[in-house]
Ligand binder design. Sequence first.
Ligand code: ATP
Length: 236
Amino acid sequence: MTLLNVEALDCRYGLLQAVRSVSLRVEAGETVALIGANGAGKTTLLRAVAGAHRPHSGRVVFDGVDITRLPAHRRVALGIALVPEGRRLFPSLTVEENLRVAASRRRRGPWNVQSVLEVFPMLQQRRRRPAASLSGGEQQAVAIGRALMSNPRLLLLDEVSLGLAPIVVDAVYRSLAGIISEGSTVLLVEQDLTRALRVAGRVVCLLEGRVVLEEAAGGLDRDRVVNAYFGLRRPA
Ligand code: ATP
């Protein structure tokens, strides 16, 4: 079943066209990695799906419903959760409070404070600490946990590894693998190709706002991806 269907989406910032006629499908239960160089349009595309950026043209269809004009909070209620770049926690609230704030628009489902803490063991000892006192990796875990608290049907993750030490990224990705194995549907932006290929079933590469490669992650030709990523030559 197609959960997300992006059709010929164009996103602009004034005269700058950040996303150019992008079409993309995500099937229920699938994990798709959006890759591409800086400025390729990945964040803008994710934000357009979440309702944080109003597209110039095209459609965003979620579970068969056209949500292109729906405000972000209504999309959360439908089951779309975005973990934005930069985490954006409430710094003076504790870990648990940050998680509970997100629960106000909760859908029914498996995620609650307890199950989030189980999937992110690094937070268990920190649950009563203010978010501001946490390390970058712990803050990222809270940001993902906060999105899970809404019990999303589609989880959008924007560069969860940004600014984190490799060992911390490993821990965050271990938890993500657990979340994915629970059957979540995930669309994630990841600059690190190796990590993207490890976690995703399918990879979509953007170059200057356009989809230049879309392929199953298993058996993907790395050279082709690198060429698409840097626009060295059009992949065959
Ligand atoms: P990065 O990995 O650097 O986050 P990205 O692939 O996520 O890159 P976007 O952040 O979506 O790319 O940016 C796409 C294009 O839109 C870039 O040229 C960027 O400079 C531009 N852009 C992004 N946000 C804005 C904004 N708020 N105002 C104007 N231009 C923007």
